[in-house]
Design a protein around this ligand. Structure first.
Ligand SMILES: [Zn+2]
Length: 363
């Protein structure tokens, strides 16, 4: 069974208000799940508006990440409260945790992304991390969320950094799906790849303006947030697993194994992963266009203040066993790096990471 999209999607400036009659029909006793302090006041508004509908609302917050410690604690709370639905309101980690818990308990999940940082509000997939933010595994859920509320007024309040992260994560769809799935004889997959190409083009055109002018009346901003939060999810939905991830996400998963002082967002790490994947394609698959793509991406990434090297993510690969850890995790048995259509070994990953970290490309 393939779950392509949420059952109902509300989008635009009044998405939350428009969704309210449907939400009050679906749940009488929801748990609103969140995490960050910055989004507290938005969640309070959400809770107040639910209460005015005579809905018996509970709330909880993740302490760490989408990790088993938080998941177990929230599950117990839901048992105790007898909640019939989770309303996950936050960034990717909150949305992933809400979807995962709802899936385990067979209750409905409503996703309310409060930034455009990922397409987690759409997908039937949750990434599980340790409480320190190290990637553990991704988990396929039975279905996409019941309702997705993509309220532009909520998303407008998010820091521009989250939008930059969402752009990098959405760009990965093209670079990953086109290399892993272009030979798959399945119309839906081919169409998903083409949507990801159009999505990339739109982000290259609109990304900078969206990042600089985070305003409802800026069409570039509207198109970009919807590209990151909706279209990217649709591509994963119709294209399936191989359309979602390849080396860029494998590098992301490996880089998160090293705990850093400052935390970086999912898409910020995936962006570095795209550049590493392209360099790998150039070195191992003789892809002449890869270097052009790197230059094109670097221009945009600089404009969006995105990290472009592993050292920009606060990790020195030449220190302790950092490089070894990244290489081993990238190449582990279950890694998405094996979706690449060419063989790679330990030395290839060593070479590509060292080559990348040593060269400083200036513009
Ligand atoms: Zn991603």
């Amino acid at each position: 069974m393939q779950s392509i999209a949420p059952e109902s999607i509300f989008r635009g400036n009044d998405a939350w208000i428009n969704a309210m009659p449907y939400i009050s029909k679906l749940t009488k006793r929801p748990l609103v799940l969140g995490r960050s302090v910055q989004t507290n006041s938005l969640r309070k508004d959400i809770i107040i508006s639910l209460k005015t509908q005579n809905i018996d609302v509970y709330s909880a917050e993740l302490q760490f990440d989408c990790c088993y410690e938080d998941i177990d604690r929230i599950k117990n709370l839901i048992f105790r409260n007898k909640n019939d639905c989770i309303i996950a309101a936050g960034g990717g980690k909150v949305l992933d945790a809400g979807k995962y818990i709802a899936d385990c308990l067979n209750i409905s999940c409503i996703t309310v992304p409060l930034s455009a940082s990922t397409c987690a509000g759409w997908t039937a997939l949750s990434n599980i991390y340790t409480k320190n933010g190290q990637f553990v595994k991704d988990f396929s859920l039975k279905t996409c969320p019941k309702i997705l509320v993509y309220d532009h007024r909520f998303i407008k309040t998010a820091p521009p950094r989250t939008l930059a992260s969402g752009i990098a994560d959405a760009l990965a769809k093209w670079y990953e799906s086109s290399i892993t799935s272009s030979t798959i004889d399945d119309g839906l997959v081919q169409q998903a790849i083409q949507i990801s190409r159009v999505l990339r083009d739109q982000l290259l055109i609109d990304g900078k303006s969206a990042y600089q002018k985070q305003l409802e009346n800026n069409p570039s901003w509207r198109n970009t947030i919807e590209a990151c939060g909706l279209t990217a999810g649709l591509i994963g939905g119709i294209g399936g697993e191989k359309c979602r991830t390849a080396a860029a996400h494998a590098f992301h998963n490996a880089i998160t194994q090293i705990i850093t002082k400052n935390k970086y967002l999912h898409g910020e790490i995936v962006g570095v992963g795209i550049l590493l994947q392209l360099r790998l394609e150039e070195m191992k698959n003789n892809n002449q266009l890869a270097n052009q793509s790197i230059k094109q991406l670097l221009l945009l990434m600089k404009e969006l203040n995105l990290p472009t090297t592993i050292s920009d993510l606060g990790i020195n690969v030449f220190e302790s066993d950092n490089l070894e850890k990244i290489v081993n995790f990238t190449l582990r048995d279950k890694s998405e790096v094996h979706f690449l259509p060419f063989e790679i070994n330990k030395k290839d990953i060593f070479d590509v990471v060292i080559n990348f970290e040593k060269q400083k490309i200036k513009f």
